[in-house]
Every structure is written in structure tokens, then in C-alpha cells.
Ligand binder design. Structure first.
Ligand code: HEM
Length: 187
């Protein structure tokens, strides 16, 4: 939401997509979400830059392996820097830019969320221990976002610039909570 408050053009593009799919229908249904590639791109972009957790759960190495010349011994504990992966300038051009277009169309297909082809970001982790709530979590994010943007316009508040700095708590939180004027959109 912070990125949509900061980038009103992206919020409006998202609103147009939602309007194009559901018009003035009372409720946005789960089936409608599948017809909204830009919505999915906005959610993916948010997860790439701001995964709720910057680490996965620790994993135990089952046998000695050599990775990039480094020995990772059996029984070592390994973790994955999920936050850093999504911001890696070797993988992502302008990594700190919030540009959902990057995930639209063919490129969106390319960055498959289950990471079966390649791993460029892994907010839900990857492989056998991938988050069991991936489907439910994604559905909730898309459903919440689509309904929040369809029914309300989210705008910044004077004197309260959107501050994207983060702090680590149980999950990663904003240092300065988001301030926004939320006004109903015309039906
Ligand atoms: C945006 C929402 C969510 C994100 C980003 C997320 C992310 C993650 C991550 C990174 C892991 C660690 C996986 C690993 O160790 O490799 C994980 C594990 C897990 N998540 Fe989620 N999660 C989300 C929502 C949910 C929800 C809604 C549920 C349940 C309804 C859930 C259930 C689980 C479970 C059971 C595990 C443990 C999997 C295992 O160790 O085998 N998650 N999640």
C-alpha cells in the first residue's frame, strides 16, 4: 500500500484494470482475480522488494556439498537471504524501483512463483519446504488489494512522507507506519 500511495500512477493503472474486469459489480470474486495480470504484478513486485520475512526457516544440509568453491558440510544449518535476493542488482535492473510492468506479460510468466524453473526471488521459499500457505497468502493479498483499491483512493498525507525504511521484528515492519488519506471512490 505504501508503494501505491507513493506511486499514484500505478494505483490508477491498477484501478483501471480492476474496473475493466468487474465494472460496478458488488463484490470482486476469486475468479475475477485471475483476469487481473497487473494486480498480480503489483503483488509480486511488493513481495520481491518487501518480503514479510527476509529469511526462511533454517535448513539442515544432508550431505557435504561444494557451492561456488565453498564446502558446505553435512549437518550445517543454512539459511537464505530472501530479502537480498529480490534486490540483487546482478539479477534485477534498477532493483529498488517499484515497477510492476516488469512482471506483466511474458516476464510475469517467467518469474513463476513456485520457482520450478529458476529462482530469482523466493518470498515463500522454494523446493520441498516451500510455504504451505502460498496459495492462501497470495489469494488474501490479491483479494485485499483489489477490493481496497477498487473501493478507496489511497493518498499521501501532508507532513507524513512515505518512509520505506524497514526494521526487523517477528516479520519485517515499516519503521514509520504508513499515513494515508483513504477516500471512497465513486460507485
Ligand atoms: C505473504 C504471506 C506469506 C509469506 C511471504 C510466507 C513465507 C514463508 C516462508 C519464507 C517460509 C519458510 C519456508 C522454508 O523454510 O523454506 C514459510 C513457511 C511456512 N508457511 Fe508461510 N508465508 C506466508 C503465509 C502463510 C500462510 C497464510 C500460511 C498458513 C495458512 C503459511 C504456512 C506456512 C507453513 C506451515 C510453513 C512451514 C513449511 C515447512 O517448514 O515445511 N504461510 N512461509
Amino acid at each position: 500500500m505504501a508503494n501505491l500511495v507513493k506511486n499514484q500512477n500505478i494505483q490508477e493503472k491498477l484501478y483501471s484494470e480492476i474496473q475493466g474486469v468487474v465494472g460496478s459489480a458488488e463484490e470482486i470474486k476469486e475468479d475475477d482475480l485471475g483476469k487481473m495480470p497487473y494486480l498480480k504484478a503489483v503483488v509480486s513486485k511488493g513481495l520481491r522488494l518487501h518480503p514479510p520475512t527476509h529469511f526462511v526457516l533454517p535448513h539442515t544440509i544432508k550431505e557435504d556439498i561444494v557451492l561456488n568453491g565453498y564446502l558446505i558440510p553435512k549437518n550445517a544449518l543454512a539459511n537464505f537471504m530472501v530479502g537480498e535476493m529480490g534486490r540483487d542488482p546482478k539479477v534485477w535492473k534498477d532493483p529498488m524501483e517499484f515497477k510492476p510492468e516488469r512482471f506483466s506479460g511474458d516476464e510475469y510468466q517467467e518469474v513463476d512463483i513456485t520457482r520450478s524453473k529458476e529462482i530469482k526471488m523466493m518470498p515463500f521459499s522454494a523446493g520441498r519446504r516451500i510455504c504451505h500457505g502460498l496459495g492462501l497468502g497470495t489469494l488474501h493479498m490479491e483479494y485485499f488489494l483489489a477490493n481496497s483499491v477498487r473501493d478507496f483512493k489511497w493518498m499521501g498525507v501532508e507532513g507524513h512522507d512515505v518512509d520505506m525504511s524497514e526494521k526487523m521484528e517477528f516479520t519485517v515492519m515499516m519503521v514509520t507506519p504508513l499515513w494515508a488519506h483513504v477516500s471512497p471512490r465513486p460507485k
